[in-house]
Design a protein around this ligand. Structure first.
Ligand SMILES: Nc1ncnc2c1ncn2[C@@H]1O[C@H](COP(=O)(O)OP(=O)(O)OP(=O)(O)O)[C@@H](O)[C@H]1O
Ligand SMILES: [Mg+2]
Length: 451
């Protein structure tokens, strides 16, 4: 049976937050989503223009029909604007035994109030005692606890204070606080503190982040995960949703909860594309002339890739044996580090570029690339700043970025002339593995006619 999750929250017509993003999150995480709408808002990515509360008896009726019919595995509450709404929702939830996530939503990203002043205490008194976990952001945590949060110690005090209102766990989210470099969340559970960290992404695509995050926690709880594991999985999930948010609207662009699912769906296609590309190269003996000393690899990324685990390549690379070409094994995700980083960096600048192939460096090959009309750019490894050289794994991303900036776009070809102990190299870039394999094959055809 598919786990079922209910979101009791407001409607956001731009689809980025509220029940709209909750449903996307539930689908992306493989649970069956349901909704009880508490308020209809008129908002976009910039501002909130109006709110129409659904009458409390209609909210009650929506919950009643669901619980009378469907077994619900977890519930999440979001926007509950008035005392009356909160009391009705708490009254219905009290009768049931499902794990409850309370997201104590108070203001929108654009700063508009989503709860009446006199309803805040009702939320704390009526719903917190029923909750498995409450998920305030740092501002909400300040309001609820009355403690000003500047440091992690302040957050710890606030979390303990909030826990006194009766929820099993408290998660204070650090999307707006604590650290410029990290997005750090603090979980208080069973008298212990746990931290969940991720790199802070510099972006404006954070509309709906809090809604999607609390829905992801509810979805994971519905699957039977522990509170700690549910938060960990939700944190991984939300990272991708933020990183690949939609640049639509003029304000804060919506997060993209589907990024996670689209990646899953594309894994087979990426492997299939790579297999075809590899067999094209193996069948084309002349390609052996383009294989460098350190052998070659071909890589292709998922559509929403942000780590080398999202990039597939050939473990053990593609090798030259005499005059023939042979892949050491079948493609796998996470099988390349250097080439994967080149592809990931290129993809950050141009999302259509998802594949790369390393070939031997020579003046002649470069001339052939130019003759084919390809955009060629380069970087100089000897100019790499010492700080970057020292940081493990940064060199390739730095170099690729240099080459992209020089060309003013992601070029078709990036080369470097090597450094002490580093073989010079050319990388062909394209939309998919078959495309870059074809580029290599085209090169072999004209290489001998270039002067
Ligand atoms: N720029 C960012 N980079 C990485 N993670 C982020 C970023 N902003 C928020 N997060 C993470 O997203 C989750 C939601 O946190 P946040 O504190 O932004 O919630 P919120 O303020 O309730 O959001 P909303 O305004 O949508 O209600 C947390 O796990 C937080 O650490
Ligand atoms: Mg929020």
């Amino acid at each position: 049976m598919i786990p079922t999750v209910l979101s009791i929250a407001g409607s956001d017509p731009d689809g980025g937050a509220g029940i709209q993003v909750d449903l996307k999150t539930f689908s992306a995480l493989g649970v069956y989503g349901m909704t009880v709408i508490t308020s209809v808002t008129a908002q976009n990515t910039m501002e909130l223009k109006g709110i129409h509360d659904v009458p409390a008896d209609m909210i009650k009726a929506q919950i009643e029909v669901l619980v009378n019919d469907i077994k619900i595995n977890a519930v999440k509450t979001g926007m509950l604007r008035t005392k009356e709404i909160i009391e009705v929702v708490a009254g219905e939830i009290e009768k049931q035994k499902f794990p409850l996530v309370v997201d104590p939503v108070m203001v929108t990203k654009s700063g508009a109030a989503l709860i009446e002043e006199d309803a805040k205490n009702a939320l704390i008194d009526n719903l917190f005692p029923l909750a498995k976990i409450v998920t305030p952001n740092s501002f909400e945590a300040e309001t609820i606890s009355g403690i000003r949060i500047k440091t992690i110690d302040d957050a710890k005090h606030a979390a303990k204070k909030i826990a006194e209102y009766g929820s099993k766990a408290v998660l204070i989210k650090g999307g707006h606080a604590f650290s410029e470099k990290e997005a750090l969340d603090l979980l208080y559970l069973d008298d212990e503190f746990k931290f969940f960290k991720s790199e802070r992404i510099n972006t404006r695509t954070t509309h709906g982040v809090g809604c999607s995050f609390s829905s992801a926690i509810a979805a994971e709880l519905a699957k039977g995960r522990s509170i700690e594991n549910a938060v960990r999985n939700a944190k991984n999930f939300i990272k991708k949703a933020i990183r690949f948010g939609f640049n639509i609207g003029c304000g804060f662009g919506p997060v993209n909860p589907m990024a996670h699912l689209y990646n899953k769906a594309e894994r087979y296609n990426v492997i299939k594309n790579l297999k075809k590309a590899v067999s094209m190269l193996e069948d084309h003996k002349e390609f052996s002339a383009l294989i460098p000393e350190t052998q070659t690899n071909i890589a292709m990324a998922l559509p929403f890739a942000d780590s080398i685990m999202d990039v597939a390549a050939i473990p053990g690379r593609i090798v030259r044996i005499g005059k023939s070409v042979k892949a050491s094994s079948y493609p796998e995700f996470g099988a390349s580090s250097h080439l994967a980083k080149t592809v990931l960096t290129a993809n950050k600048y141009d999302s259509s570029i998802r594949a790369g192939l390393n070939i031997k460096y020579s003046e002649k090959i470069l001339k052939a690339c130019k003759k084919l009309g390809w955009v060629v750019s380069f970087y100089d490894r000897r100019k790499e700043p010492a700080k970057i050289k020292k940081t493990e794994g940064m060199s390739i991303s730095w170099g690729t970025e240099q080459a992209i900036k020089k060309a003013g776009k992601v070029p078709d070809v990036i080369y470097h002339k090597g450094d002490w102990g580093k073989e010079p190299m050319i990388t062909l870039l394209g939309e998919n593995a078959i495309e870059v394999a074809n580029m290599a094959i085209e090169l072999t055809k004209i290489i001998n006619i270039v002067p």
